[in-house]
Design a protein around this ligand. Structure first.
Ligand SMILES: Cc1ncc(COP(=O)(O)O)c(C=O)c1O
Length: 394
């Protein structure tokens, strides 16, 4: 179906195309991971404000790589996870044999609820894997202080929140590791792609190895590499596999697109933020939630959430969206409450969904619609007029 208001529009500019063509026209070119990947990682680190970044082939690969690093470094423990997140945040935890512990959301930012996290921390808690949902910051001073005091590892999923901040510092600079996605409709895209970011040199070297089969030659420090080579005299120095890794590499085409898109990321984020606040201003507050905590937020898709839990209202909204060719996804991030998904059955048998009321509301009555840089105020006026015209029942 051709949408009048899609989730994303025109995310590949003529400048992006020129950058790719320039690369392809080069003689003796290397298109697999090479200089442009290294340059994109450097520029991304500079933009974000971290020491190290590792470009991978998706945000999900970034998640899996991160939890595999946690397995190597810490072996076991509980990981506190959101119920509203992308599936790979949870998969990466269970695939590495950590125990998932689930938390309900704060309805005002869709991120894990501070008090529920604190309640579920115990002596076995290894890490909190925070997803900053749909551009909202999930941190609070109380949570940050608590995790620091308890020495709990903080991991950030910033796949939906490039450029959002907490205390004027970009999200993705607080955790031991932070992950980004450059998938189609996100703040910027490299076709497929993700980034693992850290300030920790040991984590950085590990991430580089795990991205490429666990190979020691990927270590970015000759001293460390030589030490390991010396310890393994029977092995070919170029083929020492220190840990069970993956092939999560991206390539030069993704990197030049990333470099090109990064140049307009701040500008695009400004437009998206303007649009986000305009949606909030124009939407009928008696029908849709507008009382979000917006400080530091940087939204890429507008969260359209019905105020009332009413299935007839939901059907009316979906009919209006369909009839007006407004593309939408129900369940906000990742299709709603992950606890309802079949892949998690083994872990959710004893869970009472009544203890997850906020994510349950989003599961049935929460949506997102597009908020992309070419969207203008006039069009938002039109969309809000349509949305506000729906006659909901009580
Ligand atoms: C919060 C979150 N984490 C992780 C991912 C995974 O990213 P990717 O699609 O690049 O695998 C997504 C995907 O959209 C996401 O929204």
């Amino acid at each position: 179906m051709k949408f009048s208001h899609p989730l994303m529009h025109d995310n590949f500019s003529s400048r992006d195309m020129d950058a790719v063509v320039k690369l392809l026209k080069k003689k003796d070119k290397i298109l697999t991971q090479s200089k442009n990947v290294a340059l994109f990682e450097k520029e991304w680190s500079k933009w974000l404000g971290v020491r190290y970044s590792v470009f991978v082939n998706s945000g999900s690969s970034a998640n899996l790589l991160t939890m595999s690093m946690m397995k190597i470094l810490y072996d076991k423990g509980e990981v506190i996870l959101p119920t509203l997140t992308w599936v790979s945040d949870i998969n990466s935890v269970i695939q590495n044999n950590f125990k998932p512990v689930f938390v309900d959301i704060n309805p005002m930012n869709l991120c894990m609820a501070e008090n529920d996290i604190i309640k579920k921390v115990n002596k076995n808690t290894l890490a909190v894997f925070m997803t900053h949902v749909q551009g909202f910051n999930g941190f609070t001073p109380k949570l940050i202080a608590f995790l620091k005091e308890k020495k709990i590892i903080l991991i950030e999923d910033v796949c939906e929140s490039h450029g959002a901040t907490y205390k004027n510092k970009k999200l993705g600079t607080f955790g031991a590791v932070s992950n980004f996605s450059f998938y189609y409709a996100h703040h910027m895209s490299t076709i497929e792609g993700g980034m693992v970011c850290t300030n920790d040199k040991k984590i950085y070297q590990l991430a580089r190895m795990l991205r490429s089969h666990g190979m020691v030659r990927e270590i970015d420090d000759k001293k460390i590499e030589n030490k390991i080579v010396k310890k393994n005299p029977t092995l070919s120095p170029k083929f020492i596999f220190l840990h069970p890794g993956y092939n999560f590499r991206n390539n030069e085409i993704g990197a030049v697109i990333g470099l090109s898109q990064l140049k307009r990321l701040n500008k695009n984020n400004k437009i998206r933020t303007r649009n986000f606040f305009y949606f909030l201003k124009k939407l009928d507050k008696s029908k849709y939630r507008t009382n979000f905590i917006t400080k530091g937020s940087c939204n890429y898709a507008f969260p359209l959430i019905l105020k009332r839990a009413n299935f007839k209202n939901r059907d009316k909204l979906e009919t209006i969206l369909k009839n007006n060719k407004i593309e939408y996804r129900r369940g906000n991030a990742g299709g709603g409450n992950q606890l309802r998904q079949p892949y998690l059955k083994k872990y959710t048998k004893k869970i009472n969904l009544n203890n997850f009321k906020e994510v349950e509301h989003i599961h049935f009555f929460g949506y997102y619609i597009g908020n992309y840089p070419s969207l203008d105020i006039k069009k938002i006026d039109k969309i809000c007029k349509i949305l506000n015209s729906v006659k909901y029942g009580y």
